[in-house]
Design a protein around this ligand. Structure first.
Ligand code: FMN
Length: 325
């Protein structure tokens, strides 16, 4: 069975979202946090506060984004101090704000900076935090401008003590659209010495099964937008796997899905009301919950949710939807 990892999505997979998802939908082996970054020379407080969201069986793996070994050290040490023993390094973020500062996909062309970070990873991997050793993984793209970037880095990555590489087989300049380069993914899959996780455009159980069939050595799939749109996807795959990949989906009925969505929304809504002040701040934290759920809710309600400028208008739209379900 493939591991199902929930991809980090800045602005969507917040601590409360991860916690509510793990409790209500489940099926996910690990939740990756949106990246922790440096602000004014220190780890960003707001990012740090959003960590340690999960209790119980699901795991939370924090992610960092760094442009040099110096930034990497500051961030890794902050997470180690918080008790984490698994840390993921972002080498794929395509947002110009990060790429232009040599972070995310902007780091892929710099073999020396990556070598320095991998040397630091080797040092930190031999340190133990309490009892467990610290483990590092990487989430990356094929390059910012060309897939040659990933292949130039591969010998360095192969030598480093990484637990896993997650590859999103697009270039940074494509952002999140355009063709996925399966040819380069397959070459990377053959040449990587580390367990490889596939990430990109997975939206259904049959696609997960197809990845499992095509790539027997694959360690897992990481799913982002597909999970926001269909939060039951991981649990559906896990349930189905016991039966047969070709069998009809053992999925929740639409009614059941809506019931769980309301439950999850309630947790996120209550948290936002407790944590933030004023309609616009609260709304900005709850409206995003519905953004990728457009296919599952009536069009009219979706528009009302999106357009609501006051909390009362928003609540009216939610009540109306509950009435319809
Ligand atoms: C709005 C948004 C925010 C994202 N934030 C992060 C992030 O903080 N860290 C990261 O590694 N990837 C981030 N990603 C990329 C996703 O984790 C994932 O790699 C990408 O969406 C492709 O996977 P998908 O097709 O399953 O969504 C973000 C993507 C989007 C659309």
């Amino acid at each position: 069975m493939l591991k199902i990892l929930f991809a980090p999505l800045q602005g969507y997979t917040t601590g409360i979202y991860r916690k509510a998802h793990a409790e209500i939908f489940g099926g996910v082996d690990a939740y990756y946090t949106p990246f922790l970054r440096i602000e004014n020379g220190k780890p960003r407080e707001k990012d740090l506060r959003d960590l340690n969201a999960l209790e119980g069986n699901a795991r939370e793996i924090p992610q960092i984004i760094a442009n040099s070994v110096d930034e990497f050290k500051i961030l890794a040490e902050a997470l180690i101090a918080k008790g984490y023993t698994d840390i993921d390094l972002n080498m794929g973020c395509p947002f110009p704000m990060q790429v232009n500062r040599h972070r995310g996909a902007g780091l892929l062309c710099d073999t020396q900076a990556v070598q320095d970070i991998m040397d630091e990873i080797r040092k930190l991997s031999s340190v133990t935090n309490g009892t467990a050793p610290i483990k590092f993984s990487v989430k990356m793209r094929l390059g910012q401008d060309t897939p040659n970037e990933a292949f130039a880095l591969l010998p360095i990555l192969n030598e480093a003590p990484l637990t896993q590489i997650t590859l999103h087989p697009r270039l940074g300049k494509q952002q999140y659209k355009g063709a996925i380069d399966f040819k380069s993914f397959e070459k990377f899959y053959e040449e990587s010495r580390h367990p490889l996780v596939y990430n990109g455009d997975i939206t259904s159980v049959s696609q997960i099964c197809e990845m499992e069939r095509r790539y027997p050595k694959l360690a897992g799939v990481m799913i982002g937008r597909g999970m926001l749109t269909r939060p039951s996807l991981a649990a559906e795959y896990k349930g189905l796997r016991d039966i047969n990949c070709a069998a009809p989906l053992n999925c929740d009925t639409h009614q059941n899905l809506l019931g769980k969505l309301f439950q999850m929304h309630q947790v996120i809504f209550d948290h936002a009301c407790k944590t933030y002040q004023g309609d616009s701040q609260i709304l900005s934290h709850v409206q995003s919950f519905w953004e990728y759920l457009e296919p599952s809710i009536p069009k009219k309600i979706f528009k009302k949710i999106k357009k609501a400028g006051k909390l009362s208008e928003y609540q009216e739209a939610i009540m109306e939807m509950r009435g319809l379900s």
